[in-house]
Design a protein around this ligand. Structure first.
Ligand SMILES: [Zn+2]
Length: 154
């Protein structure tokens, strides 16, 4: 069984069979070779250190460990439905800029004004909730130094 959450594409969790030499099989499907246990693993390359028995219950427990890997990723991932809306808005503004560039400029100026305010609020909330500058930077795709320099006075 694979575990997936639509908000974190690229992370599919599974119970990886542990081979006799200690290495992990990279999938859970139709496994027939001898194995000595299960460890939680993810399609991104993450694997859990904790080993569970080679039983159906062990597989379930190993899968359960994937949620510990997924939880912080989910906290930093925007909901998929909102990403879809954001991409659609971007696409529609591109079209508007082609057809009526002055109207697109008016709209983009509005977006920029609320975007800056919301960005400051989100950084303040993340910091108040205990996020480090490294986590803030990672969520925005910039370095921790860049995030700190830009928002330290927010
Ligand atoms: Zn992963």
């Amino acid at each position: 069984m694979t575990l997936k959450l639509s908000d974190i594409p690229g992370h599919e969790g599974f119970a990886a069979p542990v081979l006799p030499d200690g290495t992990l099989a990279r999938s859970s499907g139709a496994f027939t070779r001898a194995f000595i246990g299960y460890q939680g693993a993810c399609s991104c390359g993450w694997s859990d250190r904790r080993r569970f028995p080679p039983t159906p219950e062990g597989a379930k427990d190993a899968e359960g460990r994937w949620y510990e890997h997924a939880k912080p990723l989910l906290l930093a991932a925007p909901p998929n439905w909102l990403v879809v809306k954001s991409n659609l808005l971007c696409e529609q503004i591109v079209n508007l800029a082609g057809e009526r560039p002055l109207a697109a400029l008016t709209l983009l100026a509005q977006v920029e004004s609320w975007q800056r305010t919301l960005l400051d609020q989100a950084v303040t909330s993340a910091r108040a909730a205990g996020a480090s500058w490294a986590e803030v930077g990672e969520a925005m795709g910039v370095s921790k130094q860049a995030a700190h320099e830009r928002f330290r006075d927010a």
